[in-house]
Design a binder for this molecule. Sequence first.
Ligand SMILES: [Zn+2]
Length: 183
Amino acid sequence: MPTAKDAVERTVVDGVDVEVRRSARRRRTVSAYRHEGRLVVLVPARMSRAEEGRWLRTMVQRVSASEQRRSRTDDDLHRRALELSREFLSGTAVPASVRWVSTMTTRWGSCTPGDRSIRLSDTLRSMPGWVVDYVLLHELAHLLEPGHGPAFWARLQGYPRLERARGYLQGVSAASGLAIGDD
Ligand SMILES: [Zn+2]
């Protein structure tokens, strides 16, 4: 709850209802969370109005992007997989089903070539789109190559953020203390 020192103001940023809470105790950081349909953004009171305006737009964009990712359905995921297959694998990998699963705790994704099914861990939903794309592409490539030999990695070479995405996932694994693989 805001204290007497906090100033609260309601506004609309890019179509999103925003409640700005200016806090005298807050020094530099800006944070945001959803509350009763509004986006509550906490900002330092000493921040200039111009800077605050930029931050409000940034936070609205960030939260909207992350909510969009979370609301992706299995159908969205399947469509994306077909797009990636066309773009990077000449359309040769054609999955029969692609879906999110919440039961996977030690792997980001998995693939069963027998029935051409691909599953992605729910934990990926909060990650950037290019990381999710990498895991999808990785599993798609397994429809064509089972192991992680040179022939497998050669198929992924066209993906521009390959090493960045692998590094991102390794970082998350290390931070969580779990040995999560990209099988
Ligand atoms: Zn793999």
